[in-house]
Design a protein around this ligand. Structure first.
Ligand code: 5AD
Ligand code: SF4
Length: 437
């Protein structure tokens, strides 16, 4: 039996797909294929955070239905499954089952029931022991919480992933130890608001916060690097920042989703922090961590955003000089507060597009300015891939602060830690030379 799976959206979804594959391979005997037309089961693990990709889902289902083997099943999993439920089967009768984001532990049941719809938002699989993911390489994803308790006015996620529940720390630590025994050197901790860890457990559990979890994980022998995504700026208290800065195993790159630099917009988005708090947290981190890289998410064109609000966002961009920017035009989503406002304060599409272009253009300039300063810097790089094109052997890896660096060297193997000096920057791609001796 062959399984084809397409994964859209974020790292959470990637992790869910790993779990779906592990359950199906080890309990149901499936093997993965990258060809939908030869699969017996086609899964789409969907994202619903913006409207456009979600709209494309139905044409995609239509395409799979046309090319699939006659008895092959189609299952829709993930966030769109959560919030559309049975409507997916109504709109696309070729779909055999619908499995919502926090119900994926039921995969081995739903594949045997035609037209099953499992989208219970209160379902809790935070204690479920998924079959082990056969990870190759040296990096692994590790869930520390499920769901999201926030109510950001634009965001559908609380409605697709339900309330926030932390996974007990002994389960997380055991998993980390197991990963280390299998040769994993770097873990990426996953949750919707990782630094809110410990607020609610579904079983008796001692109160431990994210800073303590980081500290405990860093004592796992063999795990050399710890990353995490996504933290929330609101929960970046001093204790968290100090542990982040102090702990040598915690990589010095952080995602700080700004969303907007305007206090008026942040308030109507219900983000819970101000521009001043955000900048203050950045300042504190930068003062403790000289090489820190910061990435962010920004939405333009949120209802009632005026030029002056957008100017505030540009001001934060100027001050923080983010290393990576993910930027989006506001997309109206069902089950959100902002959806209830209708078109009352909508920003015209052309204005939103023009703000997005301005933001991205200024960010490109900032990146160019920053890139020129990279030459001569030395980073400790963990080699993640090696390539051999016949004529040449080359490698790539990441610095602690998450820069991808290409290295032309004969002797490197996946898993090596090497000091690399940056020698060239080609349109943002960094090339380095191993420093020996
Ligand atoms: N419209 C546009 N962007 C959105 N995001 C979340 N919801 C929306 C929306 N309705 C963005 C946010 C979030 C990232 C994952 O997606 O910036 O941080
Ligand atoms: Fe991830 Fe959010 Fe998309 Fe769900 S809706 S897959 S949580 S980005």
């Amino acid at each position: 039996m062959k399984l084809f799976i397409e994964t859209l959206g974020c790292a959470m979804n990637e992790r869910d797909s790993e779990h779906l594959i592990a359950e199906l391979e080890q309990k149901e005997g499936y093997v993965l294929t990258d060809r939908a037309d030869e699969a017996d089961l086609i899964l789409i693990n969907t994202c619903s955070v913006r409207e456009k990709p979600e709209r494309k889902l139905f044409s995609e289902i239509g395409q799979y239905a046309q090319i699939k083997k006659p008895n092959a099943k189609i299952g829709i999993c993930g966030c769109t499954a959560s919030h559309m439920g049975a409507d997916i089967i109504k709109k696309a009768p070729s779909v055999n089952f619908v499995l919502g984001a926090r119900n994926i532990s039921k995969i081995t049941q739903v594949i045997h029931k035609d037209k099953a719809v499992e989208v219970d938002l209160d379902y809790d699989d935070s204690l479920y022991a998924f079959e082990s993911v056969r990870s190759s390489g040296i990096k692994a994803l590790l869930n520390i919480s499920i769901g999201c308790d926030k109510s950001c006015a634009y965001c559908i996620v609380p409605h697709t992933r339900g309330k926030e529940i932390s996974i007990p720390s002994d389960l997380i630590l055991n998993e980390a130890r197991k990963l280390a025994q299998n040769g994993i050197k770097e873990i990426l901790l996953l949750g919707q608001n990782v630094n809110n860890y410990g607020v609610r457990f579904s079983s008796e559990h001692k109160k431990i916060n994210f800073a303590t979890l980081l500290s405990e994980l860093s004592r796992v022998e063999g795990i050399e690097r710890i990353r995490f995504t996504s933290p929330h700026p609101l929960h970046m208290d001093d204790e968290f920042i100090e542990e982040f800065a102090r702990n040598k195993k915690v990589c010095k790159s952080i995602h700080m989703p700004l969303q907007s630099g305007s206090n008026k917009i942040l308030k109507s988005m219900r983000r819970g922090y101000t521009k001043e708090w955000f900048l203050n947290r950045v300042e504190k981190m930068k003062s403790l961590i000289p090489n820190l890289c910061i990435s962010t998410d920004i939405i333009v064109g949120f209802p009632s955003e005026e030029e002056s609000d957008f100017a505030d966002t540009l001001e934060v961009l100027e001050k923080v000089r983010f290393d990576t920017l993910y930027s989006f035009i506001y997309s109206r989503r069902p089950h959100t507060l902002a959806d209830l406002w209708g078109d009352k304060w909508s920003v015209p599409k052309d204005i939103a597009s023009s703000r997005l272009r301005t933001l991205q253009a200024r960010h490109r300039e900032i990146l160019q300015e920053k890139a020129s300063q990279e030459i001569g810097r030395v980073y400790e790089v963990l080699i993640e891939n090696t390539f051999d094109d016949g004529a040449m052997r080359f490698s790539e890896g990441r610095s602690d602060n998450n820069k991808l660096i290409h290295i032309n060297d004969e002797c490197l193997k996946i898993g090596d830690f090497v000091d690399v000096e940056i020698v060239k920057n080609e349109g943002g791609s960094l090339f380095g030379r191993v420093k020996r001796g």
